[in-house]
Design a protein around this ligand. Structure first.
Ligand code: AMP
Length: 586
């Protein structure tokens, strides 16, 4: 096995790290940054961009750009763009592919194995969808781990003292709280809680709405339905929000944001931290309940928590820090970089799984214990959920329970597996079902059917049912609950590979076009420069070559594929290039 990368596939930004020696290092992407925007943009010509370039495109082309796809993982959502349809898994795969490529450039090695993190509160289908995204991107996903667990893993290495810590992770789109116990080389997650729909994006939206309201007040123009203008406003809102984390006031500046009959309108206003706090107070308050739930679930008192770790970019907001300080009654610790520690922890876990750690090193000695985020149950008479595995049970785990029949001489039972905390199955999520048939004829209540739930280290659930009377057994593995069938995944892998080639071809064509256009400009400039000293035949020769190249440039769309077009543009440049070279030598 080669090197294993650790990926924090974030809602807003993603980060990738790798183990170097015995410690994890963040990988700088091709653009020179340590985090990559989780944005994918689909161009009209079929090209797909990811990261910072896609984020810039988002301003011009919001309908063709995907933001915060993580929020849609595991759902039926599909993005339709340019006659193609993309699942959240496929869109995430574009991001993962970029991270993989950046890691390959950074390490100079080919990378296939990865550990990817997900919010602790992600359901089974969301985890599975993340795994599938990795496969589509050409990655072998060794393990899916919870983000706070990864943070604690990174943290635990420096602080091996036995202690209970609370990880408060407020990122771009999700909020997670985890109670973690570090002791004797073991990191154990005692409880998790959170909100999949709360993060920095919501803060941006509040500020953006406020700015749009003020524009309306001042100019009478409603920009809320103008997608392009709102995108710019949201970007400015995020910029101002970040500035307010260190300053008490910031200037909103939006040149030419709208048009009136009198001409373009620019907008400027001063925005204070007090105003920001007022607009976002309820969002900050919403983080309290999950903190209390996690404490209650683990049966841990606030006073027992020795450290509160802040993770995620949004924990830089002063009001967020104030809130956690006041509820926990202690100063939160930020010794880890909030944007990077999750990827660092994932890289450590990757190094461990890949056998890259020095045997006996502190990192190698740490055993990662994770928990199942939601309770798992089967349906019994009356549509009631009978829980086999309680949420926050440490995994891997195996639990069995004996059930029986409800009717006389019942020949079969249907085992329906649910995930969720509600009493009635109709309110929980159906993960899968199967039928155990051939039950021995017996009155109701006599047959003994043992149902066993098995959760592996990735949180993937195996369910089996055994008729103890006959030894008959049936089971299912709940692996493809990500809304994509194996067939669809294979198709997506194939499509992604095709994209890899297409991206390359398009890149070549764009490159060749740029070179050819530059050559034409240079030749035209030389013709002007030498209009008096070059003779007529020489000027005609050059003009003819310019014309030929321009025609090829014009025609390139007619070629069968972009590779053919690129090669034509490339060869059409040769004549003009040679001519200019020969005149330069004279
Ligand atoms: P993450 O997903 O952890 O990368 O967090 C990204 C979120 O953190 C985005 O919503 C950012 O706008 C937000 N963020 C980053 N830096 C700051 C800052 N200095 N102040 C407030 N929010 C920030």
């Amino acid at each position: 096995m080669g090197r294993v990368i650790g990926i924090d596939l974030g809602t807003t930004n993603s980060c990738v790290a790798v183990l170097e020696g015995d410690s994890a290092t963040v990988i700088t992407n091709r653009e020179g940054y340590r985090t990559t925007p989780s944005v994918v943009s689909f161009h009209k010509d079929g090209k797909v961009e990811t990261g910072a370039a896609a984020k810039r495109q988002g301003a011009l082309n919001p309908e063709r750009t995907s933001f915060s796809i993580k929020r849609k993982m595991g759902s039926d959502y599909r993005m339709k763009v340019g006659g193609r349809t993309y699942s959240p898994q496929e869109i995430s795969a574009f991001i993962l592919r970029k991270l993989k490529k950046d890691a390959e450039e950074f390490t100079g090695e080919s990378i296939t194995d990865a550990v990817i993190t997900v919010p602790a509160y992600f359901s089974d289908s969301q985890r599975q969808a993340t795994k599938d995204a990795g496969r589509i991107a050409g990655l072998n996903v060794l393990r899916i781990i919870n983000e706070p667990t990864a943070a604690a893993l990174a943290y635990g290495l420096d602080n091996a003292q036995p202690q209970k810590i609370l990880v408060y992770d407020l990122g771009g789109g999700t909020f997670d709280v985890s109670l973690i116990e570090i002791g004797e080389g073991v990191i154990e997650v005692l409880a998790t809680s959170g909100d999949n729909y709360l993060g920095g994006d919501d803060f941006d939206e509040r500020v953006a709405d406020f700015i749009a309201d003020n524009i309306k007040k001042q100019y009478g123009i409603n920009l809320k339905k103008d997608v392009v203008a709102m995108h710019r406003i949201k970007e400015e809102a995020e910029r101002v929000k970040k500035e307010l984390s260190s300053a008490m006031s910031a200037n909103v500046n939006l040149p030419f944001i709208a048009k009136t009959k009198e001409g373009p309108v620019s907008f400027e206003m001063e925005f204070t931290r007090n105003e920001f706090d007022r607009l976002t107070k309820d969002l900050v308050d919403r983080t309290i309940i999950p903190v209390e739930n996690a404490l209650n679930d683990a049966g841990v008192k606030k006073e027992e928590i020795s450290k509160v770790i802040l993770v995620g970019g949004s924990t830089r907001i002063p009001a967020v820090q104030d809130k956690i300080r006041s509820i926990m009654g202690k100063e939160p610790s930020r010794s880890l970089n909030p944007d990077e520690c999750v990827a660092l922890g994932a890289a450590v876990q990757g190094g461990k799984l890949g056998g890259m750690l020095y045997p006996g090193s502190p990192a190698d000695q740490i055993v990662l214990m994770d928990v199942t985020p939601l309770s798992l149950s089967i349906e019994t008479v009356g549509g009631i959920s009978s829980v086999l595995i309680e949420r926050n049970t440490t995994i891997p785990t195996r639990q069995s329970k004996i059930f029986t029949t409800a009717m006389n001489f019942q020949p079969a039972v249907d085992v329906r597996v649910f995930q969720g905390e509600r009493r009635f199955t109709k309110d929980n999520k159906l993960l899968g079902n199967f039928r155990l048939s051939g039950i021995k004829r017996a009155p109701a209540g006599v047959p003994q059917i043992e149902v066993t739930f098995d959760i592996d280290a990735n949180g993937i659930v195996n369910v089996s049912a055994k008729d103890l009377g006959t030894g008959n057994e049936q089971s299912i593995t709940i692996t493809s609950s990500s809304n994509l069938s194996e067939d669809e995944i294979q198709k997506a892998i194939w499509k992604a590979r095709a994209f890899e080639n297409e991206d390359g071809e398009k890149f070549n064509l764009t490159d060749e076009k740029r070179k050819a256009e530059g050559l034409v400009k240079r030749a035209e400039a030389l013709l002007i420069e030498h209009k008096d000293d070059w003779d007529k035949s020489r000027k005609k020769e050059i003009k003819d070559e310019i014309g030929r190249l321009k025609r090829t440039l014009f025609k390139h769309k007619l070629f069968r594929n972009s590779e053919e077009a690129a090669s034509n543009v490339r060869s059409s440049q040769q004549g003009l290039k040679a001519l200019l070279e020969s005149h330069k030598k004279e």
